[in-house]
Design a protein around this ligand. Structure first.
Ligand code: AMP
Ligand code: DBH
Length: 556
């Protein structure tokens, strides 16, 4: 391995994954170049008015890879990427795959708090950002980070590169220009192709710890993740995939998403806002056949479809995943959008479950699907770690050809998050349904799932604890009608102290924490209920608050 801190699969299993054809020994994205050769005039990406063919995408990615080498980035290096959905992001992603540079895929919502942790953890050599996005100056943030992080040598900006840094500041679009003869360049890049067992990209985990965790995905493992997902979902040359969610996320990127679409010679349509007013005209114009949504967005789409008059008839499959989907609402999605619903229960850590398009309607609305691979192993265990009886609910443990054996550079956390024999402890409580699919019943992990965005409770607590008025804090999930869950912080204050929600939120903004993590509710309590082993009893705290809320609603 070129990078330290990656936990490999056991050698004999890795051999088996190769022998059984799961791992093909090819760099991620190689099929995009194959399509460029075979049928280069096919359209690969539509992004607003920009149409990019497979040949053009291959040439842009090669040119960019060449320029990245000139910037001093090499096989084994990591870069931090925070970009909006768009063809330039895709070209950059593919360029990285070409030369063994692994992008850490941050979300646009992330701010300095998150980016600094990620950049330090992966010792990134470059940071890629838009100049501004939704009135926020990403370039300024990246320049500040670059100035204070010794590993960072370049800031690459999509838009106008104006902010000087101690290293170099480069305009991403200028790197997409071709300076060399494409055929010669290609031969040179082919010669330096990365080892497929190496890290191709880093995905972010929702996390349950004070600092963010990232997952190193290899070329072999992620190529299979996308290819097998595409197989299960019937992707083909006629697939037109609409990228509704942020494309650095595992769901739109590789489940089956963008990468499987390109594997099959299909067409990717970029969307910058999931709003139905923007998405529906595009579905109509581009005849999109499939997209992926989180439940909160599906809700807006269903409401808009009822009142709107856009032609969505091209849609065949609408994937919904990331957080709990209410079965009664699930039953309305397919009919309202004129497509088959597919529930997706996935994780950046690996294992992917999909309902199958030909499952009975009832299984599609009530279950979260089943694994994509015959080599996926699943074990449901009780609190003592013993298997639960058939039909029982337990914590899902998993291993398999696209489920890595550890988080990147996190030995202490890995000792808890993985069993000694390599099972990933998902923290999800699930059961096998009679249909043969899994049903997610709850979770034992300490996070808040806000409409599919995962928020680590300990991370929130660490920020709140810095307030002088606060003696102790704890973060819990409360129900939210739109996002499913919201962040509630409960605090015990020092004697005579006061605290308001706006003071708490101001602190989060000041610390540069992503907005979706800012607490939406504050509860001041005299003390926390404790479990028999002396930990904060979050369940009891939540129940007390909910009972009190119910009482006050009735009284009102
Ligand atoms: P992450 O580890 O950040 O990639 O988040 C993955 C987690 O999201 C899973 O372990 C589940 O807790 C949750 N999740 C994903 N899909 C679903 C779903 N369809 N229903 C319920 N929870 C889900
Ligand atoms: O929530 C997730 O992380 C998720 C959901 C659906 C995911 O990673 C995926 C599909 O690939």
């Amino acid at each position: 391995m070129k990078r330290d801190g990656v936990t490999p699969w056991p050698a004999e299993l890795a051999d088996r994954y190769v022998r059984q054809g799961y791992w093909r020994g090819k760099p991620l994205g190689h099929w995009m170049w194959t399509w460029a050769d075979r049928d280069g005039n096919r359209v690969a990406v539509v992004d607003g008015d920009v149409v990019v063919t497979y040949r053009e995408l291959a040439e842009y990615a090669d040119a960019l890879a060449d320029h990245l080498l000139d910037l001093g980035l090499h096989n084994g290096d990591n870069i931090l990427v925070q970009l909006p959905n768009g063809w330039e992001f895709l070209a950059l992603f593919l360029a990285c795959q070409r030369i063994g540079v692994a992008p850490v895929l941050a979300l646009l919502a992330h701010r300095e708090h998150e980016l600094r942790c990620l950049a330090e953890l992966a010792e990134v050599k470059a940071i890629v950002v838009p100049d501004r996005w939704q009135r926020f100056d990403h370039q300024r943030m990246a320049a500040d980070l670059a100035d204070s992080l010794p590993s960072v040598r370049s800031v690459i900006v999509l838009g106008e590169a104006t902010e000087p840094t101690t290293g170099s500041t480069v305009d991403l679009r200028s790197l997409l220009e071709r300076w060399q003869d494409p055929a010669r360049l290609r031969a040179r890049l082919d010669a330096g192709a990365p080892d497929p067992g190496e890290v191709a990209l880093f995905l972010l985990s929702g996390g349950t710890t004070g600092t963010p965790k990232i997952i190193a995905r290899t070329h072999d493992d992620y190529e299979y993740n996308a290819r097998q997902s595409g197989e299960v979902c019937g992707f083909g040359q006629d697939t037109v995939y609409l990228v509704t969610l942020p494309m650095g996320h595992n769901f739109p990127l590789g489940s089956p998403g963008i990468l499987a679409t390109l594997t099959h010679g299909g067409r990717v349509v970029m969307l910058r806002s999931p709003k139905p007013e923007v998405a529906f005209p595009l579905i109509e114009r581009e005849r999109a056949t499939v997209t992926s949504l989180v439940p909160a967005i599906a809700q807006r789409w269903v409401e808009a479809a009822l009142s709107g008059d856009h032609d969505l008839s091209s849609l065949r499959l609408v994937q919904v995943g990331g957080s709990v989907l209410d079965p009664a609402f699930a039953a309305r999605i397919g009919p309202s959008l004129g497509a088959t619903l597919q529930q997706v229960y996935g994780m950046a850590e690996g294992l992917l479950n999909y309902t199958r398009p030909d499952d009975p309607a009832d299984a599609i609305t009530r279950t979260q699907g089943r694994p994509i691979s015959p080599a996926d192993e699943i074990l449901l265990v009780d609190e003592a770690g013993d298997p639960v009886p058939p039909g029982g609910t337990g914590e899902l443990l998993t291993r398999g050809p696209y489920t890595p054996r550890g988080y990147f550079r996190a030995p202490e956390h890995n000792a808890r998050a993985f069993t000694p024999d390599g099972w990933y402890r998902s923290g999800d409580l699930v059961r096998w349904d009679e249909s043969g699919n899994l049903v997610v019943e709850g979770r034992v992990k300490d996070l808040i799932n806000r409409g599919g965005e995962k928020i680590s409770a300990p991370e929130v607590e660490a920020v709140v604890d810095a307030l002088p008025a606060v003696r102790r804090s704890t973060a819990i999930a409360l129900p939210d009608p739109v996002y499913g869950e919201l962040v509630c912080v409960c605090v015990v204050l020092h004697n005579g102290q006061k605290l308001t929600l706006s003071e708490v939120r101001a602190l989060f903004a000041d610390q540069g924490v992503a907005k979706f993590k800012h607490p939406e509710r504050l509860e001041i309590v005299a003390d926390f209920p404790l479990t028999p082993v002396g930990k904060v009893d979050k369940k009891a705290l939540r129940a007390t608050i909910l009972t009190r809320d119910a009482g006050s609603t009735q009284a009102a």
